[in-house]
Design a protein around this ligand. Sequence first.
Ligand code: G3P
Length: 222
Amino acid sequence: MKIFLDTANIASIRHYSEMGMVDGITTNPTLLSKEGGDPEEIIRKIVKMVQGPVSLEVISTEVTQIMEEAYILKQYGSNVVIKVPMIPDGLKAVKKLREEGIDTNVTLVFSATQALLAAKAGASYVSPFIGRLDDIGNDGMSLIRDINQIFKNYQYNTKILVASVRHPIHVIESAKVGADVVTLPPDILGKMFLHPLTDKGLKTFISDWENLKKTNPSIKIL
Ligand code: G3P
């Protein structure tokens, strides 16, 4: 399963890229607005730093305007994926962009019917928002299972990009279902590293070694 970072924060992208954890990036207007500064400059930096797909979202809701925005966004780099909302004109744009060989990510997906339509239009990725479904008392993970089953039944090439991820259990459940990608806010990826037994064990190893050195001052290594 690939891990994308759901952020426009350059420091986080650099931090996790140094560990080889960043297979791609998803952004949206909200994430860019959180960073402040010049969004164009931020986008340029992200596209340069990350080899994998970088989803950049259009704002328009009418097909001609979506296409115009898509061409502008695509100029930032060959790895740019055009993120389009799950609306009829969005899917018209997805079809056109597919015909032109441009990758798309259909966002704001909350049902299996929406995912099916996005796949039929030729989306490269669908982004079901599981956390927001959980928030309203639905079961976000069961949507991922349904979409996975449907895409398998009919051999759609559209990848499932699990979005609105709120905790590491969402990540494990997505991997068990066989989702193609999870896009994670940096703090969720950070939580995946943590285990109290790792910290406790490391503390013991270090203190035991320090004690050993005290009793054997001739030790040369470390
Ligand atoms: O890409 C954005 C999506 O992941 C939404 O997340 O936490 O705003 O529901 P959230």
